[in-house]
Design a protein around this ligand. Sequence first.
Ligand code: AR6
Length: 179
Amino acid sequence: MKKTIHGGTIELTVGDITLQAVDAIVNAANSRLAGGGGVDGAIHRRGGPAIMDETRKKYPQGCPTGSAVISGGGKLKAGHIIHAVGPVYRDGRSGETEKLAGAHRASLELAKENGCASVAFPAISTGAYGYPLHEAARVAIREAANFLADPGSVQLIRFVLYSQDAYDGFAKAMEAIEP
Ligand code: AR6
């Protein structure tokens, strides 16, 4: 599924984020940038140790929740990895929405600053961090659509969902936005 907004494209697909041939892949990282399971584990496994070497050197303090940092792509097809830190979901009233939105905005700003035309996101926070998929999808799609009002180099924002259920949740969120 694809939607064109302000001349940019938001696209949904089912697949593995590590295999995407885009300029930047977004990682669902933790604030220590320490690696882990899920998307983070898959990116570091397939991308090789150069990625962690670089983030350790450049960001020894880690990355705050709701923000993002950038590294090279190691052995992945993507030239850049944007390590975004989404919130752990508690009760929905603990600033989760703003932090999830912030992680998306910061990632897109980094993609723009680094001249990326295409960027692929996983469903940040919806795995180990427990964010309800439908709510996360609404936040992610809204931030992507808002960003395309002033996208700089970014022409394509692709959400790579790991299951048909996740895809359906994002598709519903996408149907709800204008135009
Ligand atoms: N490609 C695309 N999506 C995937 C992939 C993949 N290869 N693998 C999992 N998903 P998660 P979080 C989906 O747990 O919730 C890590 O340990 C998955 O089904 O990767 O932000 C980090 O180090 C889910 O919908 O990220 C952090 O400590 C979504 O990606 C913590 O988990 C996100 O799941 C971050 O948790």
